[in-house]
Design a protein around this ligand. Structure first.
Ligand SMILES: Nc1ncnc2c1ncn2[C@@H]1O[C@H](COP(=O)(O)OP(=O)(O)OP(=O)(O)O)[C@@H](O)[C@H]1O
Ligand SMILES: [Zn+2]
Length: 772
C-alpha cells in the first residue's frame, strides 16, 4: 500500500475520533481540541511503514495512551488480535483490508490490540479470512471486553522461560557430549521445541511477511533462526529465539510503565464517594453512580473523588497531583475542588460539577492520550531512517553471504553465519521504540506538573523558543482587577445618576475591567438599552435616554472627548499602573474609574528565569501603553506593546517570528486566541483562561503559574537530548556489533544480546524523563 493511501486512512481515523469526542466541547474546558490548523499538528505517524520489530514495545509507545477500554459505537465487530503489537502490523492489516470492498470504517487500538470493523456480516467474514491469511488470528470479542491482554501475557511468560531453560539444556548437551549422535538428535528435537515455544508468533508473522515480500523484524528473526538451525547451529537458534522473546516481553513491560504513569493519575481518584441522600445521611456510593449536583463529603486525609464547588466546611487541599503546585491551597465555600487532589485538613462538603469521565484529571489523561497521535519530528526522522536502515543491512548481509567466499575465501558456512548475525543486527528495534517512549515520558512528566501539551511536537520544539510574548491581564497579573479610585468629572448631572449609569453599563459587560467596576460600585444597575461591545475599547448603551460610552483612553480620544485636564489625570493614573476607564455622554466625560490588578507572585521569578535562558520577553496587551509599561517594569519584562487590538496581537506575533525566530505566545483571553493559534507554541492559562484561548493553544498551563514556561523549556531540552542520546546509543551499539560480526567473532546470540540490550538501555534512558 502506498504512503498516501495510508495517510489518508489515518486522517479519516482522526477526524472520526474527533467526532467521537465532540460532545466534550460543550463542557467547560476542552483541552484536547487537536490543533489541526497548525502546520505541524497533523502527523499521525503511528502507522508509518516502519519495519520495526519491537513487538509490543513500539506499539505501546505510539499508541500507548489510547484508552484501553474502547468506546466502540454500535454496529461494529470488534476483534482482539494477539499478535498485532506493532504499527507495522497495523499497517499490514490495513493494506490487506484495503482490498476488501464494503468496509465502512476501520479503527485500530494498538494498546489493547483491538480492531473494529464496521461493515455488513458478509464483508466482516471476508475481512477475517484475509487477516488470517496474513498470519494473524483475530478473535471476536464483545464490546467493553477489550482488556484481555494481561492473562495472555502471564501465559507467555512461562512459555518463554521454559523455552530458555530448554535452550540452556541443549547448549549444555552440545558442549558436554560433543558429537554423540543420540544427544545430537535429542538436542535438535529439544531445540525445535524451544523455538516453537518462544517463536511461534514470530514465525507466523515472519512467514506471512516474507510471503508478502515485506521485511520486518519477524521476517529477519525467522530467517536468522531458521538459517542458524539449518547450518547446524541449533543450540544457538533455540537460545536466540528464547532470548529474543523474553527481551520483547521486558520491553513491553517498560513501555507499559510509561503508559501506566499517566493512568496512575486516574487511580488517584477514590472508587467511592460519600454522598448525602434526601434524609441527610451520608452513604458511600461508587463514583460511577454519583450524579451531577450531588453533595459529597470529604474528610481530612481523603482524596477528592470528583470535581465540584465547595458548599460547606473549609480546609486545605494538596492540588499537586493535578496542577503540579506544591503548596496546599485553602478552600472555602464557592471555591472549586478537583478530583484526585487530597484534602489535608478540615472536612469539606461540595457539590459535584463534573462526572468521573469529565473531571479535570480525566481530561488531562485524555489530552495526553491524544497528544500521542501527533508524533514528534525526531520520531518521524527515526521512522524514515529505520525504513532505509533495515533493507540496507539486509542487502549487506546478502552480499556477505554471497560474495565473501569469493572475496576473502571464507567457507560458505562461515559467510552464511556472519550474514545471519547481521540480520539480527538489522533489527531497528532500539531505534524505533526509544523515541515514542521518551516522548510519552516527557508528556506525562509535563502533565504531572500541570503542563498539558497537545502533541509531542510541542515538547520537542519548546527548547527552540527565542521569544516569549505574554498577554498582561490574567497572564502576568492575577486577572482579578479591583476598582481602586473613582473621580466624578462632570457637574452637569447628579453624582448618583452618573455612578448608577456606570454601574449599569459595567454590569452588562463580562470584561474583567467592567466587572471590577460593577462590583466596586456595588449599585443597583439601571436598565440599559442598545448595549454594544466595542472590542479593545469598551462598551456603549443608552440609559434613561442618555446615550453613553464607557471605555479606555483610546475610546474617548477617538470620539474627540478628551480634554487636557482629563488627559493629564488619565496619564497620572496610567503611570501608576492603573487601567483607567472613562464614562462619557455624547458630549463630555462624566467620570473616571481607576482599576488595578496585582502581578502574580510567581510572574517575576518566571520572567527572570526566561531572561537567564536568553529568551526575550514581550508584553502584548490591549491596555494602554503607559499602564502596560508600569506593570512590565514591575514584572521585569523588557519590551512592551500596548493598545493592541486582537488582530494587532496576531501581527505582533508574526513580526516577532520574522525578527527573532520561534515565538511562544501566552494568553488567556478571547482576544489572544488568534495570536495563540499562530504562535509557534501557543500557551493558554487553564484556570482563568477562556475556552476559546485553550482551544487555540498548543499547551495549557493548569494552574496559570508562569514558572511552568521555563520548566517546560527545560523539560523540552532534556527530552531532546535523551532522544538523541538514545539514537546514538542504539546506532553505536549496532555499529560495533556490525564490525564485530564482519571482521571479528560476534556470535548470533551476542548480536541478540546487543540488540535487546540496546533496546532496554534506550528504554530505561527514555523512562528517566518521567522522573525529571
Ligand atoms: N467591556 C469593557 N469594559 C471596560 N473596558 C473595556 C471593555 N472592553 C475593553 N475595554 C478597555 O479596552 C482595553 C483593551 O481591552 P482588551 O480586552 O483588548 O484587552 P485587556 O483584556 O484589557 O488586556 P490584555 O490584552 O492584557 O488581556 C482594556 O484594557 C479596557 O480598558
Ligand atoms: Zn487623552
Amino acid at each position: 500500500m502506498t504512503r498516501e493511501s495510508f495517510e489518508s486512512h489515518e486522517h479519516d481515523h482522526t477526524v472520526k475520533n474527533h467526532h467521537e469526542h465532540s460532545h466534550e466541547e460543550k463542557h467547560g474546558h476542552d483541552f484536547h481540541s487537536h490543533s489541526h490548523h497548525h502546520e505541524h499538528g497533523h502527523n499521525h505517524a503511528h502507522g508509518q511503514a516502519v519495519h520495526c520489530g519491537c513487538a509490543a514495545s513500539c506499539a505501546a509507545g505510539q499508541a500507548a495512551l489510547r484508552p484501553v477500554t474502547g468506546n466502540w459505537p454500535k454496529g461494529q465487530s470488534v476483534f482482539y488480535i494477539d499478535s498485532m503489537d506493532c504499527p507495522v502490523e497495523v499497517n499490514d492489516i490495513k493494506s490487506v483490508l484495503s482490498r476488501i470492498e464494503g468496509i465502512r470504517n476501520l479503527d485500530f487500538q494498538l494498546a489493547s490490540r483491538t480492531l473494529s470493523i464496521e461493515a455488513d456480516r458478509e464483508t466482516v467474514e471476508k475481512s477475517i479470512a484475509a487477516i488470517k491469511k496474513a498470519g494473524y488470528v483475530p478473535e471476536r470479542i464483545t464490546t467493553g471486553d477489550t482488556e484481555t491482554g494481561s492473562p495472555r501475557n502471564e501465559e507467555r511468560v512461562w512459555r518463554y522461560w521454559l523455552a530458555l531453560a530448554i535452550a540452556c539444556v541443549v547448549e549444555i548437551l552440545h558442549v558436554v557430549s560433543g558429537d554423540i549422535m543420540a544427544t545430537e538428535i535429542g538436542g535438535m528435537i529439544l531445540s525445535v521445541v524451544a523455538i516453537w515455544l518462544s517463536g511461534f508468533s514470530t514465525y507466523r508473522k515472519g512467514l506471512a511477511a516474507l510471503l508478502g515480500l515485506r521485511l520486518n523484524i519477524n521476517a529477519l528473526m525467522t530467517v536468522a533462526v531458521t538459517g542458524a538451525f539449518l547450518i547446524g547451529q541449533w543450540p544457538e537458534a533455540a537460545m536466540v529465539m528464547a532470548l529474543y522473546a523474553i527481551a520483547e516481553l521486558i520491553e513491553a513491560r517498560s513501555v507499559d510503565r510509561a503508559r501506566n504513569a499517566i493512568r496512575n493519575l486516574l487511580d488517584l481518584t477514590p472508587p467511592t464517594a460519600e454522598i448525602r441522600d434526601e434524609t441527610g445521611t451520608w452513604n458511600a456510593v461508587p463514583v460511577k453512580n454519583v450524579t451531577l449536583n450531588a453533595t459529597i463529603r470529604v474528610r481530612p486525609g481523603e482524596r477528592i473523588p470528583l470535581d465540584g464547588t465547595v458548599t460547606g466546611g473549609a480546609g486545605t487541599v494538596d492540588q499537586s497531583p493535578v496542577t503540579g503546585e506544591s503548596i496546599p491551597v485553602d478552600k472555602k465555600p464557592g471555591d472549586s475542588v478537583f478530583a484526585g487532589t487530597i484534602n489535608e485538613s478540615g472536612t469539606l462538603e461540595f457539590c459535584v460539577t463534573a462526572l468521573s469521565d469529565d473531571t479535570v484529571v480525566a481530561r488531562i489523561i485524555k489530552a495526553v492520550e491524544e497528544a500521542q497521535e501527533a508524533s514528534a519530528p525526531t520520531q518521524r526522522f527515526v521512522d524514515r531512517f529505520a525504513a532505509i536502515y533495515t533493507p540496507l543491512i539486509f542487502l549487506v548481509a546478502l552480499c556477505v553471504a554471497v560474495a565473501t567466499p569469493f572475496l576473502f575465501g571464507w567457507t560458505w558456512l562461515q559467510a552464511l553465519y556472519k550474514a545471519l548475525v547481521m540480520l539480527v543486527i538489522a533489527c531497528p528495534c532500539a531505534l524505533v521504540i526509544a523515541t515514542p517512549v521518551t516522548v510519552v515520558s516527557g508528556l506525562v512528566s509535563a502533565a504531572r506538573r500541570g503542563i498539558l501539551m497537545k502533541g509531542g511536537v510541542y515538547l520537542e520544539e519548546a527548547r527552540n523558543i527565542r521569544v516569549v510574548a505574554l498577554d498582561k491581564t490574567g497572564t502576568i497579573t492575577e486577572g482579578k482587577p479591583r476598582l481602586l479610585d473613582t473621580k466624578i468629572i462632570s457637574e452637569n448631572f447628579p453624582e448618583n445618576d452618573i455612578l448608577d449609569w456606570a454601574a449599569g453599563l459595567a454590569d452588562s459587560s463580562g470584561h474583567p475591567v467592567s466587572r471590577a467596576i460593577a462590583s466596586g460600585l456595588n449599585r443597583t444597575a439601571r436598565a440599559v438599552s442598545g448595549f454594544t461591545d466595542l472590542p479593545g475599547r469598551g462598551v456603549s448603551g443608552t440609559i434613561e435616554g442618555h446615550s453613553l460610552i464607557m471605555g479606555n483612553h483610546r475610546l474617548i480620544e477617538e470620539k474627540g472627548l478628551c480634554r487636557p485636564d482629563v488627559h493629564r489625570l488619565l496619564l497620572e493614573y496610567e503611570k501608576q499602573g492603573y487601567t483607567v476607564t472613562v464614562l462619557a455622554s455624547g458630549r463630555e466625560v462624566l467620570a473616571i474609574f481607576a482599576v488595578a490588578d496585582t502581578i502574580k507572585a510567581t510572574s517575576r521569578e518566571a520572567l527572570a528565569a526566561l531572561k537567564r535562558k536568553g529568551i526575550m520577553t514581550v508584553m502584548l496587551t490591549g491596555d494602554n501603553e503607559t499602564t502596560a509599561k508600569t506593570i512590565a517594569d514591575e514584572a521585569g519584562i523588557e519590551n512592551v506593546r500596548g493598545n493592541l487590538l486582537p488582530a494587532e496581537k496576531l501581527d505582533a506575533v508574526r513580526e516577532l517570528q520574522k525578527q527573532y525566530g520561534k515565538t511562544a505566545m501566552i494568553g488567556d483571553g478571547i482576544n489572544d486566541a488568534p495570536a495563540l493559534a499562530h504562535a509557534d507554541t501557543g500557551i493558554a492559562m487553564g484556570d482563568a483562561g477562556t475556552d476559546i484561548a485553550m482551544e487555540a493553544a498548543d499547551v495549557v498551563i493548569m494552574n496559570d503559574d508562569l514558572r511552568r514556561i521555563p520548566q517546560m523549556i527545560d523539560l523540552s531540552a532534556s527530552t531532546y537530548s535523551i532522544l538523541w542520546q538514545n539514537i546514538l546509543i542504539a546506532l553505536g551499539i549496532k555499529l560495533v556489533f556490525f564490525a564485530l560480526a564482519l571482521f571479528g567473532s560476534a556470535t548470533m546470540w551476542m548480536a541478540v544480546f546487543a540488540d535487546t540490550g540496546a533496546s532496554l538501555l534506550v528504554l530505561l534512558n527514555g523512562l528517566r524523563v518521567l522522573r525529571k
